[in-house]
Design a protein around this ligand. Structure first.
Ligand code: G
Ligand code: G
Ligand code: MN
Length: 432
């Protein structure tokens, strides 16, 4: 039997109305476009709703969401819609924004207004929120791109532990256009719009190239090229990163196998995003790619960024160990930026440490950075890892690194990234 108070709180439930909200947002962006006015989309996330549910029950969680929604509707003038769009998220549309620069003041007002505890059955429940904000037309001209912007801004607020974030660039519009232009990734690959550039890595004792790092490029029809740091995040968010990583590994191994056939036996390093590494199927992808292209596993290095590794070290370490069991080498990229503790360092299943280029580039000017580089080299050697310095831009830096006993070097001073044709010719001309 349902008690009367249960019935009362069940009625408090605010249904998730994503479709209704998107329809509203479309209508409001269209009228704002017609009236030449500015509107703001704010996504409010109620933090720790799960904890609230566990402590006080689901009724309490629902009550909190409903209360936040009501308060949001009443708090600011010009709020045209406040809808629950996900379990812990409420989206608000504010129209006729006269001075977009003042939105941060509105955001602060919302945060203050929501900081007063919600009282549920005599309990004062403290509400903690994060806000993601995007502005029409500045950050997106469609409802979808605006939503994407606001969601990204919210993620960014949450990951930086800030209470709110206003998106700073029209990122989604640019990339949704990019993705639309190519229909899907398969087509981009089939049309050979993706390519790898190879940047040599040199043995610093012999100055001979020992391997290269494969760096992905997206070639646009207008001749422009997009660098991975600009599209990897989008690929991760849209779920096509596995295909991209798969493509990068297979392409790199195919091209390296062709070099092997020419007696140019060179290793290759492929950058792998942590999202791909988390996937247990990734190990199988690597194993089958090695078999397909007939490349000995020792010639493949996988570079994983230290920061990403430290977000879930247990899972990453387990998968990296299995990759090393295949005979593949593991390199910790951008080392020095991820604050791994020494207790982690001793257990990292790695063959190679790549010192982040920011330290290497400023070695000449900054003696602290020089000390950091020297310390990393010593630390890595003590744990039996090979050390790579990336971002070598001058002969002074090169000589210092050689004197410090750094094993491998990479950088514009030694060689820039090259397309495969150029890389092959370069290898033949210099070392063939
Ligand atoms: O290639 P630069 O030339 O712009 O590379 C920028 C960043 O993108 C680097 O941090 C590099 O590690 C990363 N990167 C390059 N190619 C790939 C790739 O194939 N996959 C992933 N996940 N990252 C890549
Ligand atoms: O994060 P990752 O180490 O994978 O980044 C490699 C990136 O560094 C690529 O974008 C590559 O083009 C770039 N790079 C390589 N050598 C140098 C260098 O000497 N100077 C600068 N500025 N960038 C470099
Ligand atoms: Mn790298």
């Amino acid at each position: 039997m349902i008690s009367s108070s249960d019935t009362g709180s069940a009625m408090m439930t605010t249904a998730i109305n994503w479709h209704g909200f998107v329809k509203d947002l479309r209508a409001h962006t269209q009228s704002a476009a017609a009236l030449n006015s500015v509107l703001a989309l704010i996504i409010v996330e109620v933090r720790q709703l799960g904890i609230c549910n566990s402590l006080w029950g689901f009724d309490a969680g629902e009550f909190v969401v409903d209360d936040v929604k009501k308060r949001l509707g009443a708090m600011l003038k010009n709020v045209v819609t406040a809808e629950r769009i996900a379990h812990a998220r409420i989206a608000v549309i504010i129209r006729d924004i006269a001075i977009p620069e003042l939105l941060s003041v509105s955001a602060q007002k919302i945060i203050n207004g929501l900081s007063k505890p919600v009282v549920f059955r005599g309990e004062a429940i403290k509400v903690d929120v994060s806000l993601g904000i995007a502005i029409f037309p500045q950050h997106g001209v469609s409802a979808e791109s605006l939503l994407c912007e606001a969601e990204l801004a919210l993620d960014s607020a949450v990951s930086r532990a800030c209470s709110f974030h206003i998106t700073d660039s029209p990122y989604a519009d640019k990339y949704s256009a990019l993705f639309r232009a190519h229909d899907n990734l398969q087509q981009a690959i089939a049309n050979e719009n993706l390519g790898l550039n190879y940047q040599p890595k040199f043995d610093l004792k012999t100055r001979l190239p020992v391997a290269s790092e494969a760096l992905m490029r997206w070639h646009l029809p207008d001749g422009g090229r997009v660098r991975p740091e600009e599209f990897i995040a989008v690929a991760e968010a849209s779920g096509i990163i596995e295909q991209l990583t798969d493509w990068a590994i297979n392409t790199a191994l195919r091209e390296i196998a062709e070099l092997n056939d020419l007696n140019l036996k060179m290793g290759v390093a492929v950058n792998v995003s942590a999202t791909s590494l988390y996937d247990p199927a990734f190990i199988l992808t690597v194993e089958s790619a090695l078999a397909i292209w007939g490349v000995p596993p020792q010639l493949l290095t996988l570079e994983i960024t230290e920061t990403l590794l430290m977000q879930n070290p247990r899972l990453c370490f387990a998968h990296l160990s299995r990759l090393r069991d295949l005979g593949v080498k593991v390199s910790i990229d951008d080392f020095g930026t991820g604050f791994s503790s020494l207790s982690y360092f001793k257990t990292i299943p790695a063959d190679e440490i790549k010192i982040d280029q920011s330290f290497v580039k400023s070695m000449e000017k900054n003696s602290d950075d020089e000390k950091i580089v020297e310390s990393i080299i010593g630390l890595a050697h003590n744990f039996g890892h090979q050390v790579v310095a990336e971002g070598i831009e001058s002969s002074e830096t090169l000589h210092k690194l050689q004197a410090m006993g750094c094993d491998i070097g990479q950088g514009y001073f030694l060689a820039k990234p090259m397309a495969m044709d150029k890389y092959r010719h370069w290898l033949i001309a210099e070392y063939g």
